[in-house]
Design a protein around this ligand. Structure first.
Ligand SMILES: [Zn+2]
Length: 271
């Protein structure tokens, strides 16, 4: 399985946990998995086990990384409609799982507002992902099309305290930024990323996920050690970023990496 979302960490869900193709995305549904917001991304691992009858396409970790478990053209088992009307944009004669893409946002319904404050690395990762999906599939970035699980099922409360309206506002702002970066903006961003990557590389022993081998799979690249981050960087699009349109998929990738590294000092043991 390859990542649809540029740079996503691929961790496939077990085939018993999704419905197979097709999935034609008309809306985005946000979830919290009732998983503690920490450095251990348990939800992708859970969906990889057989016979859970549950999955989502994506997971936004507390560290600010996007994980992909189910391809975008495959229906996850994420959101059966129960006791609520179908969204206006959906076909009520078809499972909503075949009409939506879904993301689990690491945390808990009751406390996600505290663990993922607006502007944090995880928040930016979710905003970037929403902007990417909306742009890719021509979905209006509004509150009608970016919704919470609780809005389609009366036995669910997630994502609870998450301010979806503020997410939508930030997605709209991101999509509105269509101008090209100036050389000066690029130089400043590039310098900031260099500093943060050096910090991350110097402190890799802190970047361990409990129960995981110390191997990071990023969009087809295997990063066995943090020093390989530099090699990965060399293969990435950073050198061309100054030419990227803000809001383009590649720009989103760059911004996501930037947000991820920016989040490391706060989230990886106080580097
Ligand atoms: Zn849910």
């Amino acid at each position: 399985m390859n990542a649809d979302y540029p740079g996503a960490i691929v961790w496939p869900a077990h085939e018993s946990n999704h419905l197979g193709p097709p999935c034609v995305i008309k809306g985005l549904i946000l979830h919290t998995p009732e998983e503690t917001a920490d450095a251990h991304p348990g939800t992708p691992l859970y969906f990889a086990q057989p016979d859970k009858s549950a999955s989502t396409q994506y997971f936004a970790s507390y560290l600010g990384f996007i994980w992909q478990m189910v391809p975008e053209n495959v229906a996850a088992i994420a959101n059966g409609v129960l006791g609520k009307p179908y969204p206006a944009w959906a076909n009520p004669g078809q499972s909503l799982n075949r009409q939506t893409t879904n993301i689990e946002i690491e945390g808990r319904a009751a406390s996600i507002a505290q663990t993922m404050p607006r502007g944090s690395g995880q928040w930016k990762a979710v905003v970037n992902w929403c902007a990417y999906i909306c742009k890719k599939y021509g979905i209006p970035a509004d509150r009608a099309h970016i919704i919470g699980h609780y809005e389609v099922a009366n036995n669910r409360s997630d994502p609870g305290t998450l301010d979806i309206g503020a997410i939508v506002a930030d997605v709209q702002a991101k999509l509105a930024e269509e101008e090209t970066m100036s050389s000066q903006e690029y130089k400043e961003l590039r310098a900031a990323v260099d500093v943060l990557q050096k910090k991350a590389a110097a402190n890799v022993e802190f970047v361990q996920f409990e129960g995981f081998p110390q191997v990071y799979r990023v969009s087809g690249h295997t990063l066995e050690h943090a020093k390989d981050l530099a090699a990965f960087d060399a293969q990435s699009d950073f050198a061309e970023v100054r030419l990227l349109k803000k809001g383009s998929a590649d720009y989103v990738t760059f911004a996501r990496f930037n947000a991820s590294f920016a989040s490391l000092p706060r989230e990886v043991g106080g580097l």
